[in-house]
Design a protein around this ligand. Structure first.
Ligand SMILES: C[S@@+](CC[C@H](N)C(=O)[O-])C[C@H]1O[C@@H](n2cnc3c(N)ncnc32)[C@H](O)[C@@H]1O
Length: 208
């Protein structure tokens, strides 16, 4: 169904990229810098943003890592990838974008120093989420960091509470689920915290 959101077994894809960019952009981008700080992104790093949408985090990462680094965004929506590519051409960030599912990433083992994601995990059904986090563990370098920022609750009431109160509970059910999946994928040093109205789960790939 062109133009509308698609609910399928691999996730809830957003196709109305222009509408999302205009309505959500100014709101969600406030957490770009805090998320990249939690992920300890610095000059020269290779950074992947999964479920990138219009590419906010990938573009912010590309600007931060500079010419010796790499900012890459991945999304299963072709319209989001087109929007993100167009925006990157205008902002000069040098970010690049890949049309693919988070559950089957077209990257080599150990390509990235950091993998970040915002507001995408709740778009993935449980089994796909598990596959995606296993893929994150595969594409991270030894010692690389994963930071997944999302709504704390899986219920509509909980999400509304997070949005209205701006106080997500980082011990909420989403954090617990992502923490368990990170450990299952072999990631270590799993911690949770908050960035604005979102909770995050951070973990590290063993080694180095
Ligand atoms: C709410 S948007 C978040 C966009 C962006 N990360 C942000 O912070 O604004 C969720 C994104 O996840 C994407 N998505 C859903 N299922 C996916 C999958 N299986 N693999 C990759 N991306 C997916 C959607 O197409 C959508 O662009």
């Amino acid at each position: 169904m062109h133009g509308a959101d698609t609910h399928n077994h691999e996730g809830i894809l957003i196709h109305k990229s222009r509408v999302y960019d205009m309505l959500a952009g100014p709101f969600v981008r406030r957490s770009d810098t805090p998320i990249l700080n939690v992920a300890e992104v610095s000059a020269g790093d290779s950074v992947l943003d999964i479920g990138t949408g219009p590419g906010y985090l990938a573009r912010a990462a590309a600007l931060r890592v500079g010419p010796t680094g790499r900012g890459v965004g991945l999304d299963a929506s072709a319209e989001m990838i087109a929007r993100a590519t167009d925006r990157a051409a205008r902002d000069g960030s040098g970010a690049t974008f890949v049309h693919a599912g988070a559950q089957e990433m077209p990257f080599e083992d150990g390509e990235f120093d950091a993998v970040v994601s915002r507001l995408a995990m709740h778009h993935l059904p449980g089994d796909i989420k598990g596959l995606a986090i296993t893929e994150v563990a595969r594409v991270l370098k030894p010692g690389g960091r994963m930071v997944l920022a999302d709504l704390a609750s899986s219920t509509t009431a909980g999400m509304l509470h997070d949005l209205v109160s701006h106080k997500p509970d980082s011990s909420g059910d989403k954090a617990n689920e992502l923490t368990a999946l990170a450990a299952t994928a072999g990631l270590v040093d799993v911690t949770t915290g908050r960035v604005g109205w979102l909770m995050y789960v951070k973990a590290r790939k063993p080694g180095q």
